[in-house]
Design a protein around this ligand. Structure first.
Ligand code: ATP
Length: 310
């Protein structure tokens, strides 16, 4: 019996999550300039939705975007979604003709990897649209070429990342954790934060997962109090020295009873762990009332990785 390839669909929609680094441990830069990381990612239910539509041959990659802060998203070939479509097309030998619409639900330039989620979603969407039939491993390989946070946006849930953060091992967790994020309109540059980290971390040691034993235990037990106490970010001091006003955002959340609070990734977003959804809303309200955030976002984790929507 001959098996026919599935007919390409004219339009597909894929959802991919933003993330919080529950722990981010950073070593001294290596010869290639990259910092070795040991990080524990958790995907959260703030999501990006990418719709990929077929366009006439030769039309190229067409990009449109909607959602909060979308005016800050580049629409040219530097956009990570654009790069993802071109990379996949080159690798499988098809023409990179596609209309991509990004509906952004992850704060832009907040250290929550919204652009990486767009890239992961685009890989899954174009793979389906062009019926290229790549395996999960193939997609993970392409994702790692696009950026160190992109593989995690494919995988989702909770995972340990090593290397540049792109070598992933799923982590066991129980239950749901409630998060609130405080974002700022003016972002922090990731390279600048790493630069300040290098100045401050005179002879940083190589990071080890054994430093996060309590955190991994808290995840397995589904214990938000223990998780709050174990949150860790090596980049926090560097981010705070560039943006001292974030200190007050951390303090306000602590005073509102957050179980743990930290700068998210390279900032400037701040993540607070709450006892419940109700408590998350209360922390968000306090941040707003105190003027300690430009926007607040309540969500929960873990959330699934990039997946096709029906
Ligand atoms: P990173 O920490 O990787 O720099 P981030 O998680 O802080 O990123 P993103 O929203 O992913 O924040 O985007 C960071 C920058 O990347 C933006 O300021 C923007 O100029 C550029 N960018 C490229 N592609 C995208 C995209 N699809 N969505 C948002 N920003 C994008």
């Amino acid at each position: 019996m001959t098996q026919l390839a599935a007919a390409p669909t004219p339009s597909v929609r894929v959802r991919a999550p933003g993330k919080v680094n529950l722990s981010l441990r950073v070593g001294a830069p290596q010869d290639d300039g990259y910092h070795p990381l040991v990080t524990i990612f958790q995907a959260v239910a703030l999501v990006e939705e990418v719709t990929a539509r077929q366009v006439p041959e030769g039309a190229g990659v067409q990009l449109t975007v909607e959602g909060p802060q979308s005016e800050r998203v580049p629409l040219d070939e530097t956009n990570l979604a654009h790069r993802a479509a071109v990379l996949l097309a080159e690798r499988v030998g098809v023409a990179a003709d596609v209309a991509l619409h990004l509906a952004k639900g992850v704060p832009v330039a907040g250290g929550m990897a919204g652009g990486s989620a767009d890239a992961a979603a685009t890989l899954v969407a174009c793979d389906a649209l062009w019926a290229t039939g790549l395996s999960r491993d193939d997609l993970l390989g392409l994702a790692a070429e696009l950026g160190s946070d992109v593989p995690f946006a494919l995988l989702g849930h909770t995972a340990v990342g090593t290397g540049r953060g792109h070598l992933l091992t799923p982590a066991m967790t129980r239950g749901e954790f409630h998060w609130v994020f405080a974002t700022r309109d003016d972002g922090l540059s990731t390279p600048e934060v790493y630069g300040r980290f290098d100045e401050q971390a005179d002879g940083a040691h190589d990071p080890e997962l054994s430093e996060d034993t309590a955190l991994m235990q808290a995840l397995r037990a589904g214990d938000p109090h223990a998780l709050g106490a174990a949150l860790h970010n090596d980049l926090q001091d560097a981010a705070l020295s560039l943006r001292p006003d974030l200190e007050r955002t951390l303090d306000v959340a602590r005073e509102a009873g957050a179980l743990g609070v930290l700068v998210s990734g390279s900032g400037p977003s701040v993540a607070a762990l709450a006892r419940s959804r109700q408590h998350a809303l209360a922390i968000a309200a306090t941040w707003t009332a105190e003027g300690a955030a430009d926007a607040v976002w309540c969500t929960s984790g873990p959330a699934p990785g990039a997946r096709l929507l029906a």
